[in-house]
Design a protein around this ligand. Structure first.
Ligand SMILES: [Cu+2]
Length: 178
């Protein structure tokens, strides 16, 4: 009897582990605060940085804006230098009756220092793509530290989720247009 219940307990623990581990890891990763947003809506992207690289402090965060995300405006951050790269979109997008053909394709906050023991948020605003509900829009992020870096750039293959990856790109899932 005792052996059996131990076995059952062990089995329960083992079954529980894969479900629990990614959740804990996801909390520590660099992720987006709002995981869902309506297609074609203006989205406030809050990138949450939960740790450094090992114990090394974060000194830069770079975000790549994917095609279809337009009218990007990053929020300046005290203690950090904000720079953007602009580029041509693959096509023209309608934005409140205006035709947008280029815009911000990369955002960087550099020159600050976020200790591993602290938490911070980096914010930008953008118009999300007018795409089908369920579409996930990924924002690849490179987190540079004094020593080392995290490259949050892994985009899940079909049938997988960000839990299947060590350094998944932060993503937001589109819901139906309001
Ligand atoms: Cu992490």
């Amino acid at each position: 009897m005792i052996r059996e219940s131990r076995g059952a307990l062990l089995a329960a623990v083992l079954v529980g582990l894969p479900a629990l581990l990614p959740v804990g890891a996801a909390l520590a990763h660099t992720t987006l605060e709002a995981k869902q947003a309506p297609a074609a809506s203006t989205y406030k992207a809050v990138l949450r940085v939960g740790h450094g690289c090992g114990t090394s402090p974060t000194i830069a965060l770079r975000v790549r804006i994917p095609e279809g995300v337009i009218a990007v405006k990053p929020m300046p951050k005290p203690g950090w230098t904000l720079t953007t790269k602009e580029g041509d979109y693959a096509k023209a997008y309608d934005y409140y009756g205006e035709s947008l053909t280029k815009g911000v394709t990369e955002i960087a906050w550099t020159g600050g220092s976020l200790p591993d023991a602290h938490y911070d948020e980096f914010v930008f605003r953008a118009r999300l793509p007018d795409a089908a509900p369920g579409t996930v829009v990924y924002f690849p992020v490179v987190q540079e530290c004094e020593t080392g870096a995290h490259r949050w750039i892994e985009i899940p293959e079909p049938g997988k989720t960000d839990h299947d990856y060590k350094e998944p790109a932060p993503g937001v899932t589109l819901t139906a247009k309001p």
